[in-house]
Design a protein around this ligand. Structure first.
Ligand code: GLN
Length: 538
């Protein structure tokens, strides 16, 4: 039987509940317990796959091809575990299940209602996960903020679960915020008190409060919150912004968070094995060799969560190799022949970002031609790799080369990329891309194989278009090659120019497998090449 830890958010959104849930998972796993994490999202989309990254941040892809919330990225990075599509349910998916049951007559003539039918469906999902994964702990993060209309069914469902086994099987963590009021010079606890009251009104008595704040709060604030919420003082944990999120597990360990949870469940605490994590976190605070400027060429430039896992993969490699990484976004939609040099020349490395839709694609192609010519280390990811291939076609004289995705109706256009076999126009709906993990086999003498130290890797995909085979021979030359393929389906997985310091494109998303405990080899190689450029020793 699993123990349940529920994580809710209060006062404002964006408090880092995902990092908190993931850090607790880290502490339990490092004690040898098995942990499953589930994110319940209140919005009505069936999954985030169809949502704009501007609305919701990146779509995180699980190994089994689930298009999920970016918090799954925190879970996998912090807990060093591959989760699956089972780790993310939305209201949309839950209602979908309910409506299907209703149409099949499974409610036997009953009026289908929020309570009990929606709440029961939510509980069923959690219980099915308990049965299927049989893990010691299931951490359930509820998206949104307590008090949102959309999240009410989730709150009522988990409140119902607290009624089972006299409440001894469920632990509630409420993550809230104490704002600092400049005029009076103190932290304000009233919003937290209100939020806890709201929770209590819905039947949940939190067992722990994580008090987020920009700065350290004095003990008096914690005491006040503890008194007002009827919690012991040690169960109100101050969680100010840390210099680096990867310090959060160690910070919470010092505060005794995991110990409090285990005591509550009547489980004997054991010493956690945090050796590797501590080694990584220590590197965070070590003086860095240098700061590297990485420019990211894409279109969602004003919302860095749109490329969350790429940012993290870079940060992780930077920490691992001893560099500070400074990321700057360049809007590929605004890039042109005139401004490209001022935009890209000072970069130590350039990442050509993934994406969908024509806006900004031409800027990516322009960037791919320019950085190659200037030998600036360049890493193309998914659409970025496609842009590198289109760039090569243009250099080979196919002036109107592009991807079918951007077909304009001009009959002189040639398509270096077209729908993956079996996919077509109708696939423009949710969940129909090529998704999830599959193998890539690299040519033995390729740079990419050298950096991976392997000719076969498994990485995660999310795309609909593929390089057309009739172009392979036309585009390859003594420097440029398509260096990796799916071993059976023969889909092109990578391209490179081996005469350059680092000019590699991948059709998949390596960022989803970069973790603090295993930094990604390709990102590491890219960062090293960027450092070489900075040191002028290419
Ligand atoms: N739009 C491109 C495709 O569907 C690339 C997708 C991506 O960058 N994730 O093939």
């Amino acid at each position: 039987m699993s123990k349940f830890i529920f994580v809710t958010g209060g006062v404002i959104s964006g408090l880092g509940k995902g990092v908190a849930a993931a850090s607790i998972g880290n502490l339990l796993k490092s004690r040898g317990f098995s942990v499953f994490v589930l994110k319940l999202d209140p919005y009505l989309n069936v999954d985030p796959g169809t949502m704009s990254p501007y609305e919701h941040g990146e779509v995180y892809v699980t190994q089994d091809g689930g298009e999920t919330d970016l918090d799954l990225g925190h879970y996998e990075r912090f807990i060093n575990e591959n989760f699956s599509r089972d780790s993310n349910y939305t209201s949309g998916k839950i209602f979908w299940n309910i409506l299907e049951k209703e149409r099949l007559g499974e409610y036997k003539g009953k009026t289908v209602q929020y309570i009990p039918h929606v709440t029961d469906e939510i509980i069923l999902i959690i219980k099915n996960i308990e049965k299927k994964y049989n893990s010691d702990f299931i951490i359930v993060e509820i998206g949104g903020t307590v008090g949102d209309i959309e999240s009410n069914p989730f709150i009522y469902a988990i409140a119902q679960m607290s009624g089972e086994k006299n409440g001894l099987n469920t632990f509630f963590i409420h993550v809230t915020y104490v704002p600092f009021l400049e005029t009076s010079g103190d932290f304000k606890t009233k919003p937290t008190q209100d939020s806890v009251n709201k929770l209590r009104g819905m039947g949940i008595k939190p067992n722990m409060i994580l008090l987020r704040s920009n700065d350290k709060v004095e003990n008096a604030v914690l005491t006040k919150v503890a008194k007002a919420t009827f919690l012991s003082e040690k169960s109100v944990i101050s969680a100010p912004d840390l210099a680096n999120v990867y310090e959060m597990p160690l910070y919470l360990e010092k505060k005794g968070a995991a110990n409090i949870i285990l005591n509550y469940f009547g489980i004997n605490d054991v010493k956690p094995n945090l050796r590797k994590w501590t080694m990584f976190a220590n590197k965070v605070n070590k003086e860095k060799k240098d700061t590297l400027l990485i420019k990211m060429l894409g279109k969602y430039t004003s919302f860095s969560d749109a490329y969350k896992s790429i940012n993290e993969a870079l940060k992780i490699s930077g920490i691992d190799l001893g560099y500070d990484i400074k990321i700057e976004y360049i809007d590929s939609n605004l890039l042109n022949e005139e401004n490209i040099s001022t935009n890209l020349d000072d970069a130590d490395g350039v990442i050509i970002l993934p994406g969908f839709g024509v806006r900004g694609f031409e800027g990516k192609v322009l960037g791919a031609i320019y950085t190659r010519e200037k030998d600036i280390p360049t890493f193309g990811i998914c659409l970025g790799m496609q842009a590198m291939s289109v760039a090569q076609a243009r250099l080979k004289g196919f002036k109107k080369a592009t991807s079918k995705e951007f077909a304009s109706g001009d009959k002189d256009e040639v398509y270096v990329l077209d729908y993956i076999k079996g996919k077509n126009e109708k696939d423009k709906m949710g969940g129909t891309l090529r998704l999830g993990e599959s193998p890539s086999v690299f040519k033995k003498d390729s740079h990419i194989a050298k950096y991976y130290k392997s000719t076969e890797v498994y990485e995660r995909h999310r795309h609909r278009y593929e390089i057309q085979h009739n172009f392979i021979e036309l585009l390859e030359d003594e420097n440029f090659s398509f260096s990796g393929y799916h071993p059976e389906l023969k889909l092109v997985e990578s391209c490179e120019d081996k005469s350059k310091s680092f000019y590699i494109g991948v059709q998949y998303h390596p960022e989803f497998t970069a973790r603090p405990l295993s930094p990604h080899k390709l990102f590491n190689a890219f960062v090293e090449k960027a450092a070489e450029r900075k040191n002028g020793k290419k």
